[in-house]
Structures are given as C-alpha cells and as structure tokens.
Design a protein around this ligand. Structure first.
Ligand SMILES: Cc1ncc(COP(=O)(O)O)c(C=O)c1O
Length: 421
C-alpha cells in the first residue's frame, strides 16, 4: 500500500541536496564495479583515538555514578540536561566574557534539528500571509539547509563575491554586500562559519556587518558554528565567535567525535530560545540525555576544548596541507583550477573554471578512475539565479588518509587534463 502524502509529506520524502548524490555513491560503492574506490565524499568525522577515549572515559565515569539512572531511565526537560546547560554557560561566559543565564541555552537533537525548528518557526508564511525569507548570505553553504523548511520558496541564497589569485590557484568567497538584502521580509539569516562545503571563514567584520544590517528589522542571525572554536575548533584561520542581541550562536558536537549522540546547542536571546524550545517539545519532548551527560563532563573538565585544539584541528589541517601540495604538484598548467582557501571545516573545495562538462559528468569520469568526490551543485540551496560556477565545483572530504588524498588528486589531475583537452 502506498499512502497518499500531504504536501509536507511529499516534500519531506524528497531526497534533497547531497542525500540524492549519497544514494548514487552508496550504490557505486556497493556494486564495487570490480575496483577499490578512494572515497573522498564522507562527511562522517574520522575516529581519532584520543577523542574516542575521551568519550569512553566520560561514559565509564557516568556508568559508575548514581547520575546514570537519572540520565538514562528518566524523562527530562525540553530545554536540555541541566548539567550540560551549566557546563556550556560556565565555559562560554568565562571564555568570551559573556553574561548568559540558563534561559539563553537550548539543547537539540543535533544541530540539523535546530535549523529545522528555526526554519519553520521564523521562515515561511506569517499569520497575515506574508512570506518570511530565510536568507543565506553566501552561497554555497551547507546542503542540509535545503531540506529544513516546509516552505521551500522561503529559502533565498545570495551569490558571493569571488577573490581570485591566478598565480597561486587559490580563491575565496566573500558576501556580496552590494546585493545582499536583509529587510522586513527576512525571517532570519543563516550561514555556517567555518563553512561546509568551502572551508570559508567569514571574518569577524563580515559577521558584525550582517548582524548590524539585520538588527534594525529585529531579524535574528543564526551562526552555524558546527566547525568553530572552541569545539571542535576546526578553524585553521584565527576566528572569534561573535555574540550579540540578535545573534544565535549554534553549535554541534558531531565533529567533536559525537555525531551519533545528536547534540546541538543554541545560545541566544531567551525569547527565541523559548520559541524553539516549545517547538522542540511538540516534536520530540526532549533530546536524548546520554550524549548530553557525557558532553557535560567533557566540557566541564576542559578536555573537549583541549583535544579540539591539540588533536582534532591538527589532524584535518595536516590533511588540507596534503591536499594543497598534491594539487599544486599534479594539476597541469592548461587547467584553470582554483582551490578555496583552507580556513576550516573537514573539506576542501575545488573550482574547475570553465569546466567543459557538468560537475555531475566530471564526477562520473572520476568514478571511472576509482575516485569519488561530491559534485558541488548540491551546495547551493536557495540560489535562484543561473550561475555556471554551481556546476564547476567539487567537495573533497579530508577524512581519507594522506596517501589516498594524494593519489586521488593525481588521478583527478589526469582526468582534468583529458577533459580540458
Ligand atoms: C555546517 C553544518 N551544519 C550543521 C550540520 C549538522 O550537524 P549535526 O546535526 O550533526 O549537529 C552539519 C553536518 O555535517 C554541517 O556540516
């Protein structure tokens, strides 16, 4: 029996963004096609022994304490597990000189859930029928933003300004402030910093400028800090998390080694925290408490922040250096290639300017030589105008080992040489 789906059911049933490509990748890997693939598509963080040990130690402590039954065998509050809320508050207030209270924090089941709540509480149609837009000020951005809203027409992304260095084959995105509009029709603004997929890091000034444009219209700015300092600290360029009355600082513990436990954290004005909390109660009562309890221990002891700086960041930064040198060595002069400056995240982002085929076709050519990257087209959710750049980019995961990254880039360089002729 196939049930008749509502509009919302139909929308949520669609495979959006990278999930559609992942289906092809999983089928390719499963079929094997008689060969070993170098898979540079993964978004799952690497299991780093020190980080895994931290979570094991926190779990052992929890198991041995009387807190265990409170955490696992009881319902809790929708806002989150109090010891985690307190640990986050103490750390952030002290680290960044803030004055947040426990009314300013909400724990969600992963940060994807947080964006779903925000997208549908602040974006979409108002009581009077106006459409409130979700503004993504710099496209490309996280593909998951494409599936978070029940009203897809509310998503509006802006083409960025490109800073290109022809000599070094590097480039960088900036918000194009001459085009960006934030006004009374804006529901909220959202961007990842550092960014998945490009590894771009909006500067402190750029974030402050966006927040200042939003403030007169009482528009909130959600800063997706899934890769930011202090955990997982996957910024390779210096950054300061920016806080303010209309800024909601959003965190995820997934890239700090806890993706399976689904812990997202929002820090912001208590009025928006209340709105999101009520939505979350209706959705799922509260987030799972085991992950929250071990996270509270890891944050309170300072171990999570320390391992983020000493283990997690250096691991991916070294992989990015391998990617850079492999491309610098292997790419032929005939190809106009540009790697986005590596300022953070667990990905590299390659732009093949004037690529004489689509990103999807190039992806198929790479598969034929045993390399899997993610074609870039999925990372421009909400961008309405045609832009050939969207079909000339590729996301390269830094989760493979150094040797695999180097070999994959040699094969990519050879394929590029052939297709550019
Ligand atoms: C930029 C960004 N935001 C949000 C998420 C969602 O993370 P989670 O729901 O695991 O917290 C991801 C996951 O890859 C991401 O890259």
């Amino acid at each position: 029996m196939i049930p008749a789906l509502s509009q919302v059911g139909d929308r949520m049933f669609q495979l959006t963004g990278v999930r559609a490509i992942m289906k092809d990748i999983i089928e390719t890997l499963r079929s094997g096609a008689g060969r070993e693939f170098i898979n540079l598509s993964a978004g799952n963080p690497v299991l780093l022994p020190e980080v895994e040990q931290l979570w094991r130690d926190c779990t052992a402590e929890l198991l041995a304490s009387s807190e265990y039954s409170e955490v696992v065998c009881r319902y809790g509050s929708s806002q989150g597990y109090q010891p985690l809320i307190e640990a986050v508050l103490e750390d952030f207030n002290q680290r960044y000189g803030l004055n947040y209270s426990d009314r300013n924090v909400l724990i969600t089941g992963g940060s994807q859930a947080l964006y779903f709540l925000a997208a549908n509480a602040l974006g979409g149609y108002t009581q009077s029928g106006d459409l409130k837009q979700i503004v993504l000020p710099l496209s490309p951005d996280y593909t998951g933003y494409g599936g978070m809203t029940l009203e897809p027409e509310s998503l509006k992304a802006y083409q960025p300004h490109l800073e290109i260095n022809e000599k070094t084959h590097r480039f960088k995105y900036h918000p194009d402030f001459s085009k960006l509009e934030i006004n009374a029709q804006t529901g909220f603004v959202l961007f990842s910093r550092p960014s998945n997929p490009s590894g771009n890091l909006l500067s402190d000034e750029e974030v402050e400028k966006i927040a200042a444009m939003a403030a007169p219209h009482s528009v909130l700015v959600f800063v997706d800090s899934a890769y930011a300092a202090p955990y997982p600290a996957l910024n390779y360029a210096p950054m300061t998390p920016i806080f303010g009355e209309n800024i909601v600082h959003c965190m995820s513990l997934s890239k700090a080694g806890l993706p399976g436990e689904r812990v997202g954290i929002a820090l912001g004005d208590e009025r928006i925290i209340q709105v999101l909390e009520a939505f979350l109660t209706n959705l799922c009562l509260h987030s799972s408490r085991y992950g929250q309890a071990i996270a509270a221990r890891a944050i309170r002891s300072g171990a999570l922040a320390e391992l983020s700086e000493t283990v997690i960041r250096p691991h991916y930064q070294a992989k990015f250096a391998t990617l850079e040198s492999a491309l610098d060595e292997a790419m032929p002069d005939s190809v106009p290639w540009y790697l986005h400056q590596g300022e953070g995240s667990i990905f590299g982002w390659l732009w093949l300017k004037d690529l004489p085929m689509t990103d999807w076709e190039f992806y198929q050519r790479l598969k034929a030589v045993g390399v899997i990257l993610v074609p870039g087209d999925a990372f421009f959710p909400g961008l309405r105008e045609a832009w050939d750049h969207t079909q000339q980019c590729f996301r390269i995961s830094l989760t493979a080992d150094h040797g695999e990254i180097a070999i994959a880039m040699q094969r990519l360089a050879e394929v590029a040489r052939q297709v550019y002729g």
